[in-house]
Design a protein around this ligand. Structure first.
Ligand code: FMN
Length: 358
């Protein structure tokens, strides 16, 4: 019997060879100006067996950068280098979406144009430290965005999406609304103390993410847009009390825009169930850090959540041919955490595929 995991699926109008998604993962190996490297091309091409690749978080503007050596999608040079990546993935029959990630307050003046303060919904400093080119440093108090600046950032997302699809050749883009970056900072009351139309009620806090998605849908078409959410995830000092209300507002606002998928980094099971019930379109679930990556476990999650696709992160770092290994029931390479964020090609493009391992 063929496993449902390895059966083709259509995501809006995009045909995928299987239901396994490579989750977006920051690897900090772009040039300092955000231009993708040849190693990045090799890395993604090696993983083209995924039904869909979602790239590492990529800044839609210089201000959106949160970590050293993350790629951008706001200059022609960046788009041209990404085109080499998407060509290589497509040549191998893969599909690839670019994740649009604006880090907001999860950044540092050393990464900002002119050494300015990072921007955020409100001037609330996150607890903790950030990776910079000079090592770990304390977060600083961010600068609260004026209302017209918020509107300008929405347009930057749209311009970046256009560059990604029209120039860089991506099959689509994923709006990163998860894990404590700018859209999530708007959703959460701990980081959003605004009194304009972007703050206050759950509907107002959901407005930025919905406006960003609407602008991106306008720019490249709904079938080329996905949105990632992480309900109740406190990563990056997110304080979110009204999870049910805010995600109900998000899903209600996104539904009429008709994007290709919602991608949920799973938190409480009840919230995934709430979203599944309210979301008419395709759902990708990422059972983050919760199950061992085996065919049986992934199939069980798909069936239990009623999802169309399942995203896997770290196992794709360590196994370029993950889909084939799962199909064959072969063992998996373990992932080396010390080479996750930055460094050389070691721990990046030298994980062996099965034939090489034999
Ligand atoms: C090295 C690394 C980098 C990550 N970078 C991103 C990112 O850029 N964007 C994002 O949405 N999630 C990011 N994540 C989260 C993953 O997409 C995923 O949710 C997480 O690894 C849990 O899935 P897993 O248990 O299958 O690894 C990252 C995770 C890791 C391990």
């Amino acid at each position: 019997m063929t496993s449902p995991l390895f059966s083709p699926v259509t995501l809006s109008r995009i045909e995928l060879a299987n239901r396994l998604v490579m989750a977006p993962m920051t690897r900090n190996r772009a040039h300092p100006d955000g231009v993708p490297t040849d190693s990045m091309r090799t890395y993604y091409a090696q993983r083209a067996g995924a039904g869909l690749i979602v790239t590492e978080g990529t800044q839609p503007s210089a201000v959106g950068q949160g970590y050293p050596n993350t790629p951008g999608i706001h200059t022609p040079e960046q788009a041209a280098a990404w085109r080499r990546v998407t060509d290589a993935v497509h040549e191998r029959g893969g599909r690839i979406f670019l994740q649009l990630m604006h880090a907001g307050r999860i950044s540092h003046p050393s990464l900002q144009p002119g050494g300015g303060r990072p921007v955020a919904p409100s001037a609330v400093r996150p607890a903790g430290q950030v990776f910079t080119t000079e090592g770990l440093q304390d977060f600083v108090e961010p600068r609260a965005l004026a209302t017209d600046e918020v509107e300008a950032i929405v347009q930057e997302y749209a311009a970046a999406a256009r560059l990604a699809v029209d120039e860089a050749g991506f099959d689509g883009v994923e709006v990163h609304g998860a894990n404590g970056y700018l859209p999530h900072q708007f959703l959460a009351e701990g980081s959003n103390q605004r009194t304009d139309r972007y703050g206050g009620s759950a509907e107002n806090r959901a407005r930025f993410l919905i406006e960003v998605t609407a602008a991106v849908v306008d720019a490249v078409g709904p079938e080329r847009v996905g949105v990632r959410l992480s309900p109740a995830n406190s990563f990056n000092d997110i304080v979110e009390h009204e999870t049910e209300a805010v995600y109900a507002a998000v899903v209600a606002g996104l539904g009429p825009l008709g994007p290709a998928y919602l991608h949920v980094v799973e938190g409480p099971a009840a919230v995934t169930a709430q979203i599944r019930k309210a979301w008419p379109g395709s759902l990708i679930v990422n059972p983050a850090f919760s199950v061992a990556t085996t065919t049986e476990n992934l199939e069980a999650v798909l069936a239990d959540r009623g999802a169309e696709l399942i995203a896997v992160g770290r196992a794709f770092i360590a196994n370029p041919d993950l889909v084939r290994r799962l199909q064959l029931g072969a063992g998996l390479n373990p992932a080396d955490e010390s080479s996750f964020y930055g460094g050389t090609d070691a721990g990046y493009i030298d994980y062996p595929a099965l034939d090489q391992a034999a």
